[in-house]
Design a protein around this ligand. Sequence first.
Ligand code: 9MR
Length: 367
Amino acid sequence: MRGAAPVRWHALTRGREVLLTAGALCAVILVVTAILAVALPQPEREEAERGLPQLAGAHEIGLGVAVAVDPLTHDPDYQSVVTDNYTSVTAENAMKWEHVQPERYQFDWNGPDAVVDFAEHHGLDVHGHTLLWHNQQPSWLARGDWDTGELREVMREHMEALLGRYQGRITSWDVINEPFEDHGPRPRENLWYQVLGEDYIAEALSMAHEIDPAAKLYINEFGIEGGGAKTDAMYSLVTDLLDRGVPLHGIGFQGHFVHGNVPRDLAEHMRRFSDLGLEVTVSELDVRIPEPPREQALRQQEQEYQHVVQACLEVPRCMSVSVWGVSDQHSWIPEWFPGYTAALPFDEDYEPKPALDGMVEALSRRP
Ligand code: 9MR
């Protein structure tokens, strides 16, 4: 158990104080250093001197965040949260089909390039999201009267464009997103399933591997974090794919959790897949709280974030934990789940929340 630390390290290292004059900043640093020196016991002082990315690095895991292009390219506070706290980014929307290829053969690289350029400039990794998904498809694609040959061609064009453009720069991809029904073990009958049949998953993975043999290829899904029929269905799918030699390298456990309902046995379910030799990640973590988010709920959310990061640390081949948005201001939750809020480690003003401490606490244990 962590003692009541009188100084929250991240509150001191965040970038919002840039408006202070240089003199004031120096004074603040001196005062803070003095406080740290006297107020924190030695190990916590050592942690305070290391950032979240370094703590994650010591455990050889990544910490990722989903980013939106506009604030990433225009808002210095947003940029600071990303660069100070995370080691990788995922484009929340910019690499999805409707944005990348809104009309057939017409590719818009502005958003994806901005994300990849930002990441490279700041030494961050990029996880590619996503190639085949039933949502956010442009209307020309979704209209659904394709024959198998044509749709295969469309799939190849899109994959060659994305995987080809970022080959060597994006080293892991969600090739398949959400292949099961929302609340059950049945395959989702998306466009690909309807036209190409159930084996579209193997076909897509093989095609992606042919185009970029070095990329780590993932299936990304929600509702598999706590076990049950959907988790078992995913397990059957991936064991079958691996038995057949299909190039599959990882499973993303999205991790869109409700406060009070984060699975205690998350590590156990991730380990099942890791034991198959697959990489696993928590790919889209958020923990939504019913409005209004009271202090006690935020404190419990701290434990929930700690628990999820700890679960990743316990599982061999758990590569990273990524949160689904930079701050509560940018989270998809209030729009999609009215009455819920405050799901991320930074609040609407970019101030760190207890949830961030939860991640620090998990990562501060000795590797
Ligand atoms: O966060 C994304 C939100 O901005 C979009 O409106 C939404 C459209 O469906 O997609 C959200 O991201 C999803 C992700 O791509 C896949 N897993 C579920 C995420 C939340 O819906």
